[in-house]
Design a protein around this ligand. Structure first.
Ligand code: SF4
Ligand code: SF4
Length: 134
């Protein structure tokens, strides 16, 4: 990924919004990588969880919002439990998803779920999916 680091980015409104929504001080992260080492979804992510938070730290929030990682995050909290700095990374992922959805992006239309799947899928999967994707 090629991204330009600028003074404006470091002081961007979007960075402030991520901190407001998530309630996290993203600058507390010192990039130890423990979150990514314990993330069960890391294998399918295009950016590792610590790379997502690094982008946010640098004010490159749009790049983080464009990442597939924020949608593959299962909100399992493993990263949060492993973080030596107390960063609640799942909240940062949620904030990034919220910012994407605020801009009108829908990832899953409830009516598009095939009826046959409705009997098969666990209710928790629907609740989690709709919370995350619609
Ligand atoms: S475990 Fe915490 S401090 Fe380490 S890279 Fe992840 S978010 Fe940053
Ligand atoms: S909450 Fe998301 S980023 Fe953190 S370990 Fe779980 S799947 Fe990975």
């Amino acid at each position: 990924m090629k991204a330009e680091l600028t003074r404006e980015a470091l002081h961007s409104d979007l960075l402030r919004r991520v901190e407001e929504i998530s309630g996290q001080n993203v600058l507390a992260c010192y990039q130890c990588g423990r979150c990514s080492a314990g993330c069960p979804a890391a294998g399918v992510m295009d950016l590792l969880p610590n790379q997502v938070i690094r982008l946010v730290q640098l004010g490159l929030v749009r790049e983080a919002m464009a990442s597939r990682t924020i949608w593959y995050c299962a909100a399992c909290l493993a990263c949060e439990a492993r973080c030596p700095k107390g960063v609640e990374l799942p909240r940062v992922m949620e904030a990034l998803r919220e910012l994407v959805m605020d801009r009108g992006a829908d990832h899953l239309a409830p009516g598009a779920v095939p009826p046959a799947d409705l009997d098969e899928w666990p209710q928790q999967a629907f609740i989690g999916g709709f919370r995350k994707y619609t």
